[in-house]
Every structure is written in C-alpha cells, then in structure tokens.
Design a protein around this ligand. Structure first.
Ligand code: ZN
Length: 101
C-alpha cells in the first residue's frame, strides 16, 4: 500500500567514495541516518525539477505588458494569462499573440 516506489538499494547501487565519505561525516554530524540524508537531497532535487517543469508549462509567450511598460513573461492561471511580473490579467493580448503565431 503506497510503497511501490520504494527504491531497494542493492549491491548494484554504488556511490562514489568521496560522496560516501561525505555522507558518513554529514549524517554523523547531523545525527541523521544516511538514507534520510540521501532522501532529503533527492527530494530537494525533485522539487527543483518539478518547479522547473511547472514553470515551463505555465509560462506563455513573451509579450509587452502595458502595466510594467516592458516585455515580460506571462503565466497561465486557469483560463487567464497573467503578467509574471505584476500579475495583471492580459488574457486578450496573449490570446491575440497565440492566434497570430
Ligand atoms: Zn506586467
């Protein structure tokens, strides 16, 4: 139940010697299990990766924002396009750009 993505660290799973030495030192210092340290590191990388993916998905084309008075990125929030800088709703402008491209 809910554990099917558990990674089983087997003999085939190897880490670099320097990395292992650091891991041993770091987990001893922090009084954490090595697996906990590795898990936290992977989680951080995972969150950064998800964020990057989300950003790419949500961000629309570069367009001129009349509120910021500059070219800026727009993000899609539900059915509206909002200026990434000031949050102004520029759905009409962006849809016009999308329709033209
Ligand atoms: Zn703006």
């Amino acid at each position: 139940m809910g554990r099917k993505y558990d990674f089983k660290a087997a003999k085939s799973f190897t880490l670099g010697l320097q990395e292992l030495a650091w891991l041993a030192k770091y987990s001893a210092e922090k009084k954490m299990k090595a697996s906990e340290v590795v898990n936290n590191l992977i989680r951080k990388a995972m969150q950064a990766d998800n964020k990057e993916e989300k950003k790419q998905k949500q961000r629309g084309p570069l367009a001129f924002c009349t509120s910021c008075m500059k070219r800026t990125e727009f993000e899609q929030v539900e059915n509206n396009w909002l200026c990434f800088e000031c949050g102004e709703d520029k759905t009409e402008v962006i849809e016009y750009h999308i329709a033209r491209s």
